[in-house]
Structure formats: C-alpha cells, structure tokens
Design a protein around this ligand. Structure first.
Ligand code: 3HC
Length: 699
C-alpha cells in the first residue's frame, strides 16, 4: 500500500485517506496512491461506498507546484480524476481546511461532497498563471453554474463551506466529526439506493446565458486582468464547456493548461508563490524565537502616513494611540482616518458598526506621557534626521522597558536614529508604503544593534496586520527606494533626451506597471524626490541627475498636489504640458545632451536594467537577504505586475548575459558612472547562471 494514501474499511464504507504533509499536495506518490486505492475499492466486495478524506491540517490543497518545473509523471491528475468518477459505487469527498485547485478538482470527481463549516473550497490556479487543468473548468460550471464558476476561477478566491453549499458545490455541511459525518452521509446514500452522481453528465444550461454573455464577461474583467494570460484561457475553457462535448472540452482545457504552464508568466507567478513564503525565513532568527507581546500600539505623527498606519492595527482589533503636536493637526489626522473608513462603508465593503469599532480603538492624544504603556511605538513624522532623533530621544524617556521603538523612515539611517536612544536593541525600521492602510508591503529594517526578538516580533506582526514583511538592512532608501532611484534617474534623463513623459509612461504601463515613473513622481510629490536628492550624501556627481525634478520644483510645480508637476492636472487626470518638454529641450542644450531617437525597447531596457543592477549591488552588500525578497518588495510595494515576477526574476528570464551586455552597451554610450555592471552580474553573466541559481547554491 502507498505510504501517503491508505485504504481501510469502516463497516461497508471504504475510507481512503491521504496523508502527505504539510498540505496534502497531489505529488506523484499521492496520485499513484489514489489510483491504487480506488482500484482496491472497486475490487473490494465488502465496500459499497467510499469516503475520500485527508489527515493533517487540510484536504488536498492542489497539485504539487514544485513538480511543475519537471516533466509530469504518469498517472496525470485528469486520469486519476476520471478513474474516481468512473467508480460504479458512490464516492464521497470529506473536506476540511482548504480544498484548492487540484484538491477541489479531485473532490468534484467524487460523486458527493461534504465539508465542515470552517472548510473553504476554490480554484486559485489563476494566481499561479494557470487554469484549473484537471477538469475543474468543466466541472465547476456544471455544479455551480457558468457565472459563479467563472467568477471563482478568475478571482481565484475561495468560497466558505456555507457559500459552496448554497452554490451546489458541497452537498452537506457537517457539524461535529468529519469522518463520522461523511460515513453517515454515505450510509444514507446506500439506504436511499442512491448511486454515483457523475458530474460530467450534468448538462450546462447554455440557453439561460445571454447571447453576448462571453463578450460581456470579457469586458467586465478586462481592467482587473490587464496583461495576464491565464484569465482569457479560463474563459475559453468555459466557452468550450458550454459548446463542446465533455471529452473534447477536456482536451481543449489540457492544451490551454499546457500553454499556461509553459508561459513565462506562470513561471514568474509560481516563483512569487514560493518567494512570499521564503521571505519569512530568517536564518539567524528561527521560527521559535520568542516574540514580544504587542497589545497596544502608538503612532507618533497623525499625517496621511501615520493615520494609515494606525488603521492597520485598529482593523485587527489592536488599540492605537495617535500622537500629534497640536489639536488642529490631531483633528485633521482623525478626520483623514474617518474619511478613509467612510469610503468602504459607502461602497458596502465595511459596516457602520465595524467602522465605529475601529474608530473607537484609535485614541488621539497630544501627550507623550500617554505612550508610556505602548508595546510598540511607530514614529511617522517629517523625513528629517534631526526631527526623528528628537522624537526618539523623547520616546526613550517615556516608553516602558521592552517597548519596540520603530521608525517609518523611507530612506534614513536607522542606526543613527537608534543611537539617539539608550536602547538601540529595541529600535527598528517599519517602512510602510502609501497608502499605508492599502499597500501590502512592509519593509522591516534591521539595524546593526536590533535585537533578534524585535525582528521576530515585527515579522510576526506584519502577518497579523496582513502585510508582506520583508527584512532588509540599513542603507539610503533600503531596498525598494534605493532601486527606484536609478529607475527615476533614467526616466528623467530620457526626458532630457527628448522622450515625452506621456510616451514613456505609456510604454511602461503597457509593459505592466500600475503607473509610469513620471506619474508616480507627480503622485508622490516632486518636492519629496527633490528633498531626498538633496539629503542623499553619496548623490552621483552629475549635473543632469534628476535635473527636471529640481527645475520643476523651483517653479512651484510639485506634482498632483499643486495641480502641475511633470504633467498638468485636470482634477486627478494628468495632461501632457508642452512647456515641460520645452524646458527639457532648453536644459538639454545647456547641458550638451543630444536629442535621441529612443525605441520602446530601449525605454524598458534602460529603466529596468538600471533597477536590476542596483538590485545586484544590494545583494552583494547583503542589504536584501535573497533576490526573491527583492521581487516581493517590487510586486507588493511598487506596482510591478505579478506576471513579471519582480525585477530579479525578470532579469533571470532575460538571462544575465543579456543584462550584462545591455549594461556594456549603455556604458559605452554614457560612461562608467551608472553603467558599470555590479560584480554579481559580472560573475553570473560569466558563469551563465541566474540569480535564483546563485541563491540556491550559496545555501
Ligand atoms: N504544492 C507544493 N507545496 C505547497 C503547495 C502546493 N500546492 N501549497 C503549499 N505548499 C507548501 C508551501 O510552499 C509551504 O512550504 P514551506 O513550509 O516549505 O514554506 C507549505 O506548503 C505550507 O504552506 P503555507 O505556508 O502557504 O501554509 P498556509 O497554512 O498559510 O496555507 C494553503 C495553506 C492555503 C494551502 C496555501 O499553502 C496555498 O494557498 N497553497 C496553494 C494552493 C494552490 O494554489 N493550489 C492550486 C495548485 S495548482 C493546481 O492544482 C493545478 C491543477 O489545476 C492541475
């Protein structure tokens, strides 16, 4: 018998149990074990029905994603699934935890499904750049209807057991012991003389669909799925489910699944799946490092950032004190928070009662003394070292022993900030991204003296407030902003060389970024960039460096907030301004910068290769732990599309030889200052390896 799938009998009911920790993924031994067990079941005259159940924390959570980069070995999942469905005695899937992807597909091959109330079911393949490729695109429309099935597969979001029951996916929600409930359900089937209910024989009610149903559906998802390959393939599979005989449609599903699986998009999205789990692993801070208790938080600074930060804690039921310097600023801060909550309440995404509960958890204050019992204090004041040091000096006086003192600085030296206290081991950077109540990235900046339990506490806290915590070390701009500077630098330089901002932003948007760099600069505020450039001690010695930002700020064009920056604004809509390119041409003449014909390919190459080279330097210096951590930063905090997998994965997909030769090409044109390849790129280009291989080999 298989080691991961067992066969037993409970009276006349066969119990087939999968036991493949941690999530019962459908690896080859599980597929083999299932094939064998269902064969045994059919040959066992004493077994009149079967229950498929899983040991451990969950029902089957899907195909084994680690197998996707290797040739798939027989038996393939669709074959096992048809074997289960073809059993002539009833089979009941008993679901707990999460029945996802191939897990739900297996459950839908069973003739009936029961689930505990806490279970969830879903087809999340789309988030891996895939489609449900083991008949899921054919079975879910039959069980739940075309529209529900499409919504579930395009969003990838799981359904609760209750919702799945209501949609016809689950036949019964079980109270109490799952196995006993499933066996009782099977006994009832036998008593009622009910045989197998073969899902593939259910007719899809195509007549109830409007004539333009699929065209309209495509339009409705166009914005959310822009640039992604898999969603359209899912729609095609469901069209096939509606219009083709079952086995022809399954063949189509298989062809489209293979296209998705072999796509660079799916490789990138699978890379991110593992990157997002790897990011939590810190070699010198093991999982069992005791964390400090965080029951009360304080935020110093009630501006847009401080308010957004406070909301994160209130949202998960942690009381927050919001500290400001005067009543007017405090009132303004509380009003911003209130209006941030009112938006979702108006849209029906949050109830008034939930909003009231969150607001009640945020206590405004003007007194530092009120911070004395906070377990964590996050400073979110003006981005100037002197101001930060003053605040930390004050916190050192009032905060209790053991409190974590965090700075939301986006660039400044956390070690210097820590040195303004007598407890540098308790000091850490918690860099939230604007809007702080929405963006999922949290850069956790570990200072030279930060204690390990402070790191462990902040990593755990990131999870509690539903953020992706990425641990980084101290340098100007940390990981995200430091890599963003060369990207902005090239965008700015290309403006001087004659590339209009709206063209550059369009090319970058079409590549997949949520916004182009000029739009982002205007949104963040050109004055913010200008101030950073002025504070940056190692700023490049180059008069052209971010030249236009400085000039526009000097003219009072600060970006969206002042109605004009790189663009003019009609409300929040950017409008190209010929004056800006006129100014760029004048400056180019003064700086003797030639006007160039720059292709779309060059725009992408210069922006992203510059960013990647900085990423390689960051890895060389140990500022980020792994290339995949950088990818997580960019996909969660900087609007990089998941189908690119992040800048370092993108570099790997290009090949570092290509990255290196692009660096050399621009080095020949612009000199060594910006375009000397990072030593790591030099090394990997020579050895023909990727960042991922380099990371795996160094252990
Ligand atoms: N294959 C391989 N490994 C998997 C896996 C899978 N499907 N799902 C999870 N794992 C691994 C994780 O990498 C992690 O490994 P680690 O401990 O070494 O880092 C471990 O299992 C635990 O996972 P999580 O940390 O994510 O545990 P959680 O309890 O937080 O979440 C979960 C559990 C909800 C099941 C979550 O892991 C998940 O969403 N898994 C992926 C589900 C999925 O996408 N299924 C579809 C797969 S594609 C498919 O089925 C194709 C088919 O249609 C042909």
């Amino acid at each position: 018998m298989s080691e991961v799938v067992s066969y037993a009998r409970d009276g006349r009911i066969a119990i087939i149990m999968v036991d493949n920790p941690p999530v019962n993924a459908l690896s080859l031994p599980v597929r083999q074990g299932l094939a064998q067990s269902f064969q045994t079941f059919m040959a066992d005259p004493a077994a009149l029905a079967a229950v498929l159940i899983c040991n451990g924390r969950t029902f089957i959570a899907g195909a084994d994603i680690t197998e996707f980069d290797k040739p798939i070995e027989e038996p393939w999942l669709p074959k096992v699934i048809h074997q289960i469905e073809d059993c002539t005695k009833p089979v009941v899937a008993a679901i707990h935890g999460t029945a996802l992807g191939g897990g739900l597909e297996t459950a839908m091959a069973c003739h009936y499904r029961v689930a505990v109330a806490s279970a969830q079911v879903g087809l999340p393949e789309v988030s891996l750049g895939l489609l449900p490729g083991a008949t899921g695109t054919q079975r879910l429309p039959r069980l739940a209807g075309v529209r529900t099935a499409l919504d579930a597969m395009i969003s990838g979001k799981p359904l609760s057991a209750a919702a799945a029951h209501q949609k016809g996916i689950v036949d019964q929600v079980i109270d109490g012991d799952l196995k006993a409930g499933a066996v009782a359900f099977a006994e009832e089937l036998l008593k009622g003389g009910k045989g197998p209910r073969v899902i593939r024989n259910i007719k899809i009610d195509a007549a109830s669909l409007t004539p333009n149903f699929f065209a309209d559906y495509r339009k409705s998802i166009a914005r959310d799925t822009r640039g992604f390959f898999a969603p359209e393939q899912i729609v095609k599979c469901v069209e096939a489910a509606v219009s083709l005989p079952y086995f022809d449609a399954v063949k189509r599903e298989n062809e489209l699944f293979m296209q998705c699986m072999n796509s660079s998009q799916s490789k990138a999205q699978r890379h991110l799946f593992f990157a997002e789990r790897e990011v939590a692993k810190i070699p010198d801070v093991p999982k069992d490092t005791p964390a400090r208790t965080i029951k009360k938080v304080a935020v110093v600074g009630g501006g847009t950032m401080g308010g957004g930060i406070a909301m994160n804690f209130a949202n998960v039921g942690i009381p927050v004190i919001l500290k400001e310097v005067n009543q007017e600023a405090l009132d303004r801060g509380m009003n911003i928070i209130r209006s941030n909550y009112e938006g979702p309440v108006k849209k029906g995404k949050l109830s008034q009662a939930q909003m009231d509960k969150c607001m009640a958890l945020i206590q405004p204050t003007l007194n530092y003394a009120d911070l004395s019992d906070a377990d964590l204090v996050i400073e979110a004041v003006f981005e100037t070292m002197a101001v930060k040091m003053e605040v930390f000096g004050k916190l050192d006086e009032v905060c209790k022993v053991g409190a974590i003192l965090a700075s939301n600085t986006s660039t400044l030296n956390v070690d210097e900030i820590a040195a303004s206290t007598k407890r540098p081991a308790d000091v850490i950077g918690l860099h939230f991204f604007a809007p702080a109540n929405v963006m999922t990235l949290l850069e956790i900046v570990r200072g030279a003296k930060t204690a390990k339990d402070v790191v462990a506490t902040c990593m755990a806290l990131a999870k509690t407030i539903r953020k992706m915590g990425v641990l980084v070390r101290v340098c100007f701009g940390f990981v995200g902003n430091r890599m963003y500077f060369p990207y902005i630098r090239e965008a700015q330089r290309m403006m001087l060389e004659g590339v209009a901002p709206e063209r550059l932003d369009r090319v970058v948007y079409e590549w997949g970024m949520a916004m182009g760099p000029h739009g982002v600069s205007d949104l963040s505020g050109l004055d913010v960039f200008d101030k950073l450039n002025k504070e940056w001690k190692d700023k490049p010695n180059d008069p052209a460096y971010c030249r236009m930002i400085g000039l526009l700020v000097a003219k009072g064009r600060l970006g969206q907030k002042s109605g004009a920056g790189i663009y003019k604004y009609e409300g929040r809509n950017p409008v190209p301004d010929p004056e800006v390119m006129k100014l760029a041409r004048q400056e180019a003449t003064a700086l003797k910068i030639p006007q160039l014909e720059i292709s779309d390919e060059e725009i992408i190459e210069r922006l992203f290769i510059a960013m990647i080279n900085e990423g390689a330097l960051i890895l060389d210096e140990g500022i980020a732990m792994r290339p995949s951590d950088i990818d997580v930063v960019y996909c969660h905090g900087y609007g990089m599309p998941r189908y690119r997998g992040g800048p370092m994965q993108y570099a790997d997909s290009l090949g570092l030889g290509r990255v290196h030769s692009a660096m050399q090409k621009y080095r020949a044109r612009y000199g060594d200052l910006y375009w000397t390849p990072a030593p790591l790129i030099e090394k990997l280009a020579k050895s023909g390896k990727t960042f991922a291989q380099w990371n795996a080999e160094r252990g």
